[in-house]
Design a protein around this ligand. Structure first.
Ligand SMILES: Nc1ncnc2c1ncn2[C@@H]1O[C@H](COP(=O)(O)OP(=O)(O)OP(=O)(O)O)[C@@H](O)[C@H]1O
Ligand SMILES: [Mg+2]
Length: 469
């Protein structure tokens, strides 16, 4: 085992016997018969633990402990003490000793005690590593922010991460709200505390309440044991309230109270609990519109919206598309064990033009699909789902100022026809019915606009060939 224990004991027989026992247990063992000597060894060797006598000539156990901690505070120290000096041993614990054991030494107890300390230390360092990986992942590696819009988002997220202020993240679906919520937590001072999520859209009102605040045994039918709420589990860390716009009004009042008073009770209890989790909320709803409709409380909005982060839709920050594509290609290529070197220019052009109503998540799905479908080492235009080649509603020429009246009308017609075809599974009879025109009339229009049926690899789709006006 790669774990080094230094035994410090002025009684030679005792020293040898302890050292022999620990060696047999698989530890690397160093020995010192004198405290001064022990300090030299600690200075020159990578020592993980010191097992030291408490009363020795030249230096007391407490002094030795202090000196060791000064050299290397991560060294675990166990004090060996005779009966009657237990009080000073507990003092030593206050100074940072990991534990103490009384003399005569029960070797079995000593073994258990050391093993516990070793395991605890491993756990702590594993946790630290894990947290480090997480926070690195979310802070730098994971988040693409090539565009000015997204850099601003990350900038604000970074600046608020150490504060306790509530943060409200808004943005269309799939823009990365949860990702940013995590980055606020993992790049801040609370990163070693829990990040807890509650999704308000996923639960009916009564369950949501007990999910947030917890409940006592017997608080309601079915509450067969006490349960901690998310506020409690998130203690000291961050509570991420996702889809906050879905909270029913009655629960909004209760949430507001908690945010104002910083205390709450589990359902069925009178004991107030401290709410000290930092709140990050997210929604794709327009909360201000909801306020004017009377479905969201204004006072709650102000509490949540101390810092507001609005994530722009992907179509407003197209500079992020190429690096996102690269990130996702790499991710899905390795997930699917495929060698993919890159993406063709035409394929990238198609991706750059699309409007992404589902934002980054939609792009992620598109790339996943394309990676799976691709046959060579380069993703080609044919590997991209056919719907991307259709004109996006936002880019429709009837909205463009330059197009003439006729062009606008025709473009509008084409778009109505495409929608009808898509909604009816491309059955022309049904599409014509939906449009309220005859089937022959529809066929005429299809011909006029050069809309021909093409067999895509995954679906039958229509392509508009006369897209340039
Ligand atoms: N800037 C970005 N860089 C890298 N990946 C991103 C970025 N933004 C979003 N993603 C990825 O896109 C996906 C969707 O992001 P996320 O779940 O955070 O969106 P959301 O806004 O919470 O969506 P919804 O409104 O549907 O809940 C995730 O897989 C996320 O990792
Ligand atoms: Mg989300």
């Amino acid at each position: 085992m790669d774990y080094t224990i230094l035994v410090v004991e002025d009684e030679p027989v005792q020293l040898e016997s302890l050292a022999g026992f620990l060696k047999k247990k698989g530890y690397r063992v160093l020995m010192a018969g004198h405290p001064e000597n022990a300090l030299c060894i600690v200075r020159d060797n990578a020592v993980d633990m010191v097992l030291s006598d408490f009363k020795m000539p030249g230096m007391s156990g407490v002094k030795l402990l202090e000196a060791i901690k000064e050299i290397n505070p991560s060294i675990q120290v166990i004090i060996m003490t005779a009966y009657g000096t237990v009080e000073s041993a507990t003092d030593a614990m206050k100074l940072g000793a990991a534990d103490y054991i009384t003399k005569p030494i029960d070797l079995y107890r000593l073994d258990v005690l050391i093993r516990n300390i070793v395991e605890r230390k491993q756990l702590v360092s594993e946790n630290r590593l894990l947290r480090q990986q997480l926070s690195e992942h979310f802070r730098v590696d994971g988040i693409i922010s090539e565009s000015p819009g997204m850099s601003r988002v990350l900038n604000v997220a970074g600046r608020v991460s150490d504060s306790n202020a509530s943060v409200l993240i808004t943005g269309e679906t799939g823009t990365g709200k949860e990702l940013i919520a995590r980055s606020v937590h993992f790049s801040g001072s609370r990163s070693d505390k829990p990040f807890v999520t509650v999704n308000c859209a996923a639960l009916p009102e009564n369950l949501l309440e007990s999910e947030l605040f917890g409940h006592e045994k017997g608080a309601f039918t079915g509450a067969d044991r006490q349960r901690k709420g998310r506020f409690e589990t998130a203690e000291g860390g961050t509570l991420f309230i996702d889809e906050v716009g879905e909270i029913p009004l009655s629960l909004q009042v209760k949430l507001l109270r908690v945010l104002q008073e910083k205390t709450y009770e589990r359902i069925g209890s009178n004991t107030p609990l401290q709410a000290n989790a930092r709140i990050v909320a997210a929604t794709n709803r327009d909360l201000e519109a909801m306020i004017s409709e009377g479905t969201f409380r204004q006072d709650l909005f102000y509490r949540l919206n101390v810092v507001s982060i609005r994530i722009p839709p992907l179509r407003e920050r197209r500079k992020d598309i190429p690096p996102l594509v690269e990130l996702f290609v790499r991710r899905f290529a390795s997930e699917n064990n495929k060698r993919i070197a890159g993406i063709s220019k035409e394929a990238m052009d198609t991706l750059m033009k699309y409007s992404y109503p589902g934002n980054v998540r939609e792009l992620e799905n598109i790339i996943q699909q394309s990676v799976v479908l691709s046959r060579g080492e380069t993703i080609m235009r044919e590997d991209i789902p056919a719907r991307l080649n259709e004109r996006a509603p936002k880019d429709n020429p009837w909205q463009s100022v330059e197009a003439s009246f006729t062009e606008k009308v025709e473009a509008f017609e084409q778009s109505l026809i495409l929608d009808a075809l898509r909604e009816t599974g491309h059955v022309q009879t049904r599409a014509a019915e939906r449009l309220g025109i005859g089937e022959r009339h529809l066929r005429y229009k299809l011909k006029k606009y050069g809309m021909k049926q093409v067999l895509g690899r995954s679906a039958i789709d229509y392509m508009v060939e006369t897209t340039t006006i």
